[in-house]
Write a protein that binds this ligand. Structure first.
Ligand code: SAM
Ligand code: SF4
Length: 326
């Protein structure tokens, strides 16, 4: 498995299947976002070719994301082919859940193992204003369908935005009493296009933890504070599920980072929050050899940046979150 120059073993690839989306979350993209023409996105065969290259180098954990991965044409067939690719041990997806009502069962049958579903509020009106276009009921039935299909353990991702959904923290945490779900609170990060909005309204994990402790109960820290992926886990006394805290801004997890990203236009992005990328799709289309492409990937990984500078006010301005693949 490839190591970077700091000795981090990089074996987790997040693949953005498209930059397109059926929602327009306030913190992610402007309402009039323009998307790449389909010809500039990786085609199905190109995704499989690149996936085979990555697995041949030891990448074994794959997460599909976007944009919204479920809006990609032929998503079930693509997932089936990815799941059958030798070396893929873990195949999961991050989705807004809108289309899971009809897609959860076929995706599971095709080989998808788990989903993380983004949901920032349980209030239908607030859901509409945060996503601009979404209907809460669609996501709620998507969650039920994912659970029924066995796309578990289920994780819900909530980005907390001051002035928008701070009041939802406690009801979201409350869900874990009844459901064996991991409800994860994510600090908002600044990206191109939305940075003024984002930097002003970040809510720290410490503040969320304090709210949960005073309004519900004091959550118990799990795994001695060791990260589960990128989340620090807690459990409310007597709860079936867990709470996860992803503090990319106030307490980054860069030292333990094992991931790289493949953007929907075929660039290897070494850090979500740094602009460095290696173009793989252009050389692939120009007929580069497997050996050349492997060398480009290994070189990119070797030079993976150590960490980001969010706390110092530095941020990447070349792409929005949806263009990178969250
Ligand atoms: N469309 C899918 C979804 O919403 O789950 C997948 C892509 S989305 C970019 C991946 C994750 O990034 C979501 O959980 C979303 O809430 C989160 N996200 C988007 N913009 C963000 C931001 N500025 N800061 C932190 N998380 C963000
Ligand atoms: Fe779309 Fe996901 Fe971004 Fe929301 S967070 S606009 S659902 S890509």
């Amino acid at each position: 498995m490839p190591d970077d120059r700091f000795g981090r073993n990089i074996h987790y690839l997040r693949i953005s299947l498209t930059d397109h989306c059926n929602l327009r979350c306030l913190y992610c993209m402007p309402e009039d976002q323009t998307f790449l023409p389909n010809a500039e996105l990786m085609q199905d065969g190109e995704i499989i070719q690149l996936l085979q290259l990555f697995t041949s180098l030891g990448f074994d954990k794959i997460r599909l994301t976007g944009g919204e991965p479920t809006v990609r044409a032929h998503i079930v067939d693509l997932v089936r082919e990815m799941a059958a690719t030798p070396g893929v041990k873990s195949l999961s997806m991050t989705t807004n859940g809108v289309l899971l009502g009809k897609l959860a069962a076929p995706l599971k049958e095709a080989g998808l193992q788990r989903v993380n579903i983004s949901l920032d509020t349980l209030d239908p009106g607030r859901f509409k204003s945060l996503t601009r276009w979404g209907k809460f009921e669609d996501v709620w039935s998507g969650i039920q369908a994912a659970e029924a299909a066995g796309l578990t353990p289920l994780k819900l991702n909530a980005v907390v935005v001051r002035g928008h959904n701070l009041d939802d923290v406690v009801p979201m945490a409350n869900l874990t009493y009844e459901h064996n779900w991991q409800v994860r609170f994510i600090e908002m990060m600044p990206f191109a296009g939305q940075t003024d909005f984002q930097t002003g309204l970040v809510v720290s994990d410490a503040e969320i933890l304090e709210m949960v402790s005073t309004q519900l109960d004091k959550p118990e820290l799990l795994n001695h504070g060791m990260l589960d992926g990128e989340a620090r886990l807690y459990r409310l006394p007597g709860a079936k599920g867990t709470l996860g805290f992803i503090s990319s801004v106030t307490n980054p997890f860069c030292a333990g980072c094992t991931r790289a990203r493949l953007t929907s236009d075929g660039k290897l992005r070494l850090c979500l929050l740094k602009e460095k990328e290696v173009d793989l799709l252009t050389p692939l289309r120009a007929g580069a050899s497997i050996e050349d492409l492997r060398a480009m990937i290994l070189d990119g990984i070797w030079w993976k940046p150590w960490g980001h500078g969010l706390a110092e006010g530095e941020f990447a301005t070349n792409r929005t979150m949806s263009q990178i693949g969250g």
